[in-house]
Design a protein around this ligand. Sequence first.
Ligand code: AMP
Length: 539
Amino acid sequence: MATVGIDLGTTNSVVAALEDGQPWAIPDEDGNLLLPSCVGFGESGQLLVGQTALRQYAAAPDRTVMSIKRQMGTDYTVALNDKDYRPQEISAIVLRALKTRAEETLEEEVTQAVITVPAYFTDAQRQATKEAGEIAGLEVLQILNEPTAAALVFDARSEETETVMVYDLGGGTFDVSIVEITGEVTEVLASHGNNRLGGDDFDRQLQRYLGDRFRQIHDVDVPDDATTQARLRQAAETAKIGLSDNAFVKVREAYLSSKGEEALHLDVELAREDFENLIQPLLKDTLEAIDRALDDADLTTGALDRVILVGGSTRIPLVQRLVESHLPDVPVSSFEPDLCVGLGAALQAGVLSGADVDSILVDVIPHSLGISAMTDTPMGPIPGFFSVIIPRNTVIPVSRSEVYFTAMDNQEKVQIEVFQGENAIARENVPLGEFMVEDLPPKPAHSLQIEVHFDFDINGILTVTATEKGKGQSQSLTVNNAETGRLSSHELTQARESVSSLFENFADHLFEREDGDEDSDDDDSEGEAVDVEVLGPEQ
Ligand code: AMP
């Protein structure tokens, strides 16, 4: 008989088990770890749970239920197949599907579970969740707070008291909680949120934006019927997810509309920046919630030992950047943001059923990775700055990209110099390699875009690809990190110590430059030709 941990989410749910002290999320037969929290009945009355139910939602919304978690603990009922269902019953169907998935994979009966709920859930909502578990045939060992579950993954039972902020941005809900963990005890100090904010809103914004682009191109609206709009929504979500790893994505949906005999397709390129502009106002609200939670807990930023990012939408680089800059000096950690709560629930289930529990070993990048680039400063652009593309402590594998611009008119080539380290001056870090992107088309300064993509795999191999956006030509370089060696802590200290003097050197140069000619080409202190011809990332 087995015990599992379950994250019963608004959008997706996860079931996880403990093996040799380590939690792991149990996949379905197709390898999917997330089960959409969606229930429905098919045309011939068959029960549909998860992806199959979600797929029919656009065509048959009256036979499909989504986001039932929002109704837990209320008297709401939903009619499906001529029967009224209470929220507990719909949730129980999701739980039952997860129990079956676990039993098939573990090849044993699953009888007990720890199920997670948001920290702000009332007694009635918790009770309804417990009932859902019981209806599904599970003995509910504990109803565990989601932020607590997430925190367990990062610090399985540290002896010291840690104050942790959990920022959870999922598909349909956002919440931020401050928890204090001491040994086995976790206390929720404050919790704030908006149960109507999440990735679904970003999809809707992007859907509208894509609709506008379609109208601009074809002078025709995207048809308003549910099926076409659902396709557009799906395309928006796919594009959104693509933009977490890439600075640009192509969005293609064939036959979205027609003009007379002519079929009209959506075929546009979308920049991450455009998406970021769309969602930035929504994200501002989340930063205000951070401040309110701190206020409620009577804490200042300095009292936080760590911020943990949870929920699929925290994979969006802008979310990470905003949280990091809102809470300077607080380490921000992220590990499998959509699985983390389920994994924590499995750890807790293990503890309650008497298993030995280890902390999770998360493999991270020990040093920041980036390239040498120009950066705009109040005193003008300065070359040779270290533009970080993957910050240290990022969990691997990871792919990230940034866009840079040419610095000069008719620039023919760009040199990409790759470094690892923490020094703001690129050359004070460890060089990993360099390569050229050549034969650039003649363009004015700042108008040619170069996308630099870093891909760091599980074996420590870094592949850097630079692509010129216009012609699409690209060059790449593979660096085997194991061969290059990592920076020792001594080397890192040295690098850090030299920062201040280097800044002084730069200041000297600046003043020389301002007096002298405008060409930045001979700014290099070592006297060799400077080939740094890219500007810093777009602000
Ligand atoms: P959750 O409720 O935690 O399962 O999060 C689901 C939300 O995360 C959905 O809106 C997804 O579209 C979104 N999501 C998942 N992966 C990514 C990604 N790589 N980038 C941006 N959003 C994502």
